[in-house]
Design a protein around this ligand. Sequence first.
Ligand code: ZN
Length: 159
Amino acid sequence: MTLEDNKVGLIEYKLTDETGETIDASNGNPLAYLHGHGNLIPGLEKELAGKAVGDKFTTTVSAAEGYGERVDALIQTVPASMFQGVDNIEIGMRFEAQSEQGMHSVEVTAVEDGNVTVDGNHPLAGVALTFDIEIMGVRDATDEEIEHKHAHGDGGHQH
Ligand code: ZN
């Protein structure tokens, strides 16, 4: 059985950035994902298609097929008074912000003269991502998983 739409893949992974620094790793707790439902970034899912248990590979995914390129329009400067209930706004703080596209996370990148600059780009936007992957399992998804658009059980959603 190989990975294709509506199969659940169980994968061990290690994610490194362009400098070789590890960003994330499964470390013996493999991730379960539902193939074909956008659970993973597009460039990685494309590489996983057709793979079977025991397959191991390394692939580098461009930012465009990962978390996207950085977009300057997502960087905004707003008055500090908009951050109600926050006494000390500091660089590096993250907030949930409401936008026309729904809730998204922004990071404070500058604080100056009562103004706060926030960056709504994904922290991994603009970064080429290298994945070391080992396929630990491939199985058919249940009807419920397909309905929920994610995998259940070990390594997946627990609910
Ligand atoms: Zn579910």
